[in-house]
Design a protein around this ligand. Structure first.
Ligand SMILES: NC(=O)c1ccc[n+]([C@@H]2O[C@H](COP(=O)([O-])OP(=O)(O)OC[C@H]3O[C@@H](n4cnc5c(N)ncnc54)[C@H](OP(=O)(O)O)[C@@H]3O)[C@@H](O)[C@H]2O)c1
Length: 269
């Protein structure tokens, strides 16, 4: 199957207006996918949409939606309408708080959980069902090395990223037999406007060797068929900050799939 046949005709990028989300949108449009671009600010979405239409001749829809709001999923589904969604990318997910848990209003953390977990969960269910029925498609959850362990200022963020990691692994095991690809892309520090804004607020200079959003998006799309995990800057068999490499995690998911048949039976997708 060609890329468009496998992941098209429409992709949704949740958090598309800048950084890695923008890079995903550009690379997908360059490959001929129509895109639904979602973020809170409409103006940068519209500007990106105009560029992508002009450069690549694809159809682009924009939708100003706050992914942290309880009605986010319904609004995404409405924006998608009856378009065939072959790829769902959950990109928005950074923590702009950078604070100790108790030093922020609880609503900040609830918003983070809504955006990173609940909205993504609902979208994976809604768009994943038709992908499974069609026998192809892709789900890419943009994650972080913070999924492997937490620390001060990271409690809720790491917790949410760890949820997404395990969720993606299970989903990969369930959907791979049906031809649907699932990938958790564990990023490292990347030169995005959101990171720059956080560093500026904290008075911290940007670290050296920030990854480029274009490289990160390219890696994510290349590795989408080779889930469930890709760690930025590491080969499949390297563990880095994680206690296990991507290859070891894949082997563990497969081992759990076999072992759990004694509980769940051998249901195939
Ligand atoms: N940058 C890094 O160093 C780094 C490191 C590890 C992992 N990551 C992961 O990479 C992903 C992208 O990170 P990022 O640095 O580019 O920052 P980000 O804030 O997660 O993503 C920026 C994009 O998401 C949109 N967005 C943010 N919050 C939103 C919301 N509530 N509703 C709708 N759209 C929202 C932004 O547009 P609007 O502001 O217009 O909504 C923008 O288009 C995240 O999942 C993050 O956890 C980043």
């Amino acid at each position: 199957m060609s890329f468009v046949e496998r992941y098209g005709p429409w992709a949704i990028i949740a958090g598309a207006s800048e950084g890695t989300g923008r890079a995903f949108a550009r690379q997908l449009a360059a490959q001929g996918l129509n895109c639904i671009l979602i973020a809170r600010r409409q103006a940068p979405l519209e500007a990106l949409a105009a560029t992508l239409r002009a450069d690549y001749g694809v159809d682009i829809v924009t939708a100003s939606i706050d992914l942290a709001r309880p009605d986010a999923f319904e609004r995404i589904a409405a924006a998608a309408g009856d378009r065939e969604i072959g790829l769902y990318i959950s990109n928005a997910g950074a923590d702009s708080n950078g604070s100790f848990f108790l030093d922020k209003d609880i609503q900040s953390w609830v918003d983070l959980v809504n955006r990173n977990i609940l909205t993504a969960l609902r979208c994976c269910h809604y768009f994943g069902g038709p992908m499974r029925a069609r026998g192809h498609g892709g789900i890419l959850l943009v994650g972080s090395g913070a999924c492997y362990g937490s620390g001060p200022n990271l409690a809720t963020y790491s917790g949410a990223k760890a949820f997404d990691l395990c969720f993606a692994e299970g989903l990969w095991a369930e959907l791979a037999p049906a031809g649907v690809d699932v990938l958790y892309l564990a990023m490292s520090t990347t030169d995005t406007p959101a990171l720059r804004a956080l560093l500026a607020e904290k008075g911290v200079p940007p670290p050296a060797n920030l990854a480029s959003p274009e490289d990160v998006a390219r890696l994510g799309l290349e590795r989408l068929p080779h889930g469930p995990v890709q760690n930025w800057g590491l080969r499949d068999d390297e563990a880095g900050f994680g206690t296990s490499s991507a290859a070891q995690r894949r082997a563990r998911v497969n081992m759990i799939a076999e072992a759990s048949k004694s509980v769940f039976g051998g249901k195939k997708a």
